[in-house]
Design a protein around this ligand. Structure first.
Ligand code: PLP
Length: 418
């Protein structure tokens, strides 16, 4: 695997120095943090940006005439602009802050299926297509939306290896297809679907297209202007940023179709006793006091990723995934999911006759943090004929030595457990 090291231009020592939390012992062993698909660690630069905001500029935004309120408003709006640039938003796009991907996808599915001043955008008999690779956050809200509107939910099922195919989507699309929702990377398997092609196909058929970018923004960063994508969701805590912040970014006309789900301060232009007129985007969808400090931190995380270099990060995590997948697949009785995926940071595997929770516990004893379970993708793992799996996921600060420790750790765990 030496060639993988040569392909890696990241200065890992310098990168890791930004994440002091990595430099600790767990159960007497150096921590190998391989649970980045759940939540990444946060660099000092992000912590410092948030500390600066909280110490100097903390105030409520938009409504205050005083200096701190103005500075907080400027910080918040600067963060919005920085994140729009980060995801390649163009002049026709708008970014709405949310508490994360789940919140953003609920806003989309709820906002298109709830009655407002106009009938809900999804009508009885319409069809919603959701890919079979989705996290529950991009499935359950659509189940609810379909039920609310009397629409039909169709699933674009993956093949036996967990791959999505454009031909299958072409067969599902009809003149009644109103929505197509897909992930940029399946968190449970590490499959990176050809979402560019799928979104374009669905958009050509007249569907509103939704991309769940939660597992891509930490390294691949889908560029909105280059995609046939109406709405895209992501979370800060999966891209080196704080928890409790994320975004829904998309075409203004698509965002305009969403009925607000949170009514109250900041999202209204005028209020009478019996009715209210709502603000324009993005405020219309951002009712209540937002998490301004976290928005500042998220913009700092995007800047950090930009400074380290997206291409370098992407190449690094892909190489880690490739090494991990090859090493794990070589262990007897281990099945690596999405074996051909070459563009993700996630490797998920099942070991015949052994429960993933036991593997996870034994790895933790060796200081190796992985995630076990169904990864909020129960129907997908059922469809693939698997129960729960063990998942290791990588970020820019992980090393090839950690991948080797994972392989040895799994081998040891299986010897003990079989
Ligand atoms: N979508 C995908 C693909 C995910 O991996 C996750 C979280 O693991 C989510 C959505 C939900 O993200 P959050 O919990 O930050 O809302």
């Amino acid at each position: 695997m030496a060639e993988l090291r040569l392909a890696n231009p990241l200065d890992l020592a310098a990168v890791r120095a930004q994440f002091p939390g990595l430099n600790q012992q767990v159960n007497g062993m150096p921590l190998a943090y391989l649970d980045n698909a759940a939540t990444t660690q946060m660099p000092l630069a992000v912590q410092e940006a948030m500390r600066h905001f909280e110490q100097h500029d903390r105030a409520n935004i938009h409504r205050g005439m005083h200096a701190l309120s103005q500075r907080a408003t400027d910080d918040f709006e600067r963060a919005r602009q920085a994140l729009e640039r980060f995801v390649g938003a163009g002049p026709g796009h708008e970014l709405v802050f949310t508490s994360g991907t789940t919140d953003a996808l609920n806003l989309v599915a709820g906002g298109l299926s709830s009655p407002g001043t106009v009938p809900a955008w999804i009508r009885p008999g319409d069809e919603i297509i959701v890919s079979g690779l989705e996290h529950h956050a991009n499935l359950v809200p659509w189940q609810q939306a379909a039920r609310r509107c009397g629409a039909v939910l169709r699933i674009l099922l993956p093949d036996g290896q967990g791959r999505l195919h454009a031909e299958d989507l072409a067969r599902l699309l009809t003149p009644r297809t109103r929505i197509f929702a897909v992930t940029a990377c399946a968190n449970a398997t590490g499959e990176r679907p050809p979402y560019e092609v799928l979104l374009a196909l669905a958009a050509d058929a007249g569907a509103l297209t939704v991309l769940d970018a939660a597992q891509a923004v930490g390294h691949e960063v889908p560029q909105l202007s280059a995609l046939a994508c109406d709405l895209m969701a992501f979370s800060g805590h999966k891209m080196l940023g704080p928890m409790g912040i994320g975004a829904l970014v998309g075409r203004r006309e698509a965002l305009d179709r969403l009925v607000p789900l949170r009514f109250g301060g900041d999202m209204v232009e005028w209020v009478g006793w019996d009715e209210a007129r709502f603000n324009d985007l993005p405020s219309r969808l951002e009712g209540g006091t937002p998490n301004v400090g976290a928005a500042v931190g998220l913009a700092a995380a995007a800047a950090f990723i930009g400074e380290v270099g997206r291409e370098a990060i992407d190449a690094h995590v892909r190489a880690l995934r490739a090494k991990a997948a090859a090493g794990l697949a070589a262990i007897e009785g281990v099945t690596v999911l999405a074996p051909n995926s070459s563009a993700s940071a996630i490797v998920s595997f099942a070991a015949a006759g052994v429960h993933p929770h036991d593997i996870g516990t034994l790895l933790d004893e060796q200081g190796i943090a992985v995630r076990t379970g169904h990864h909020c993708a129960q129907p997908l793992l059922d469809h693939l004929g698997l129960g729960s799996t063990t998942r290791a996921s990588f970020a820019l600060y992980n090393t090839f030595d950690e991948v080797e420790r994972l392989r040895i750790g799994v081998e040891r765990a299986l010897k003990l457990l079989r």
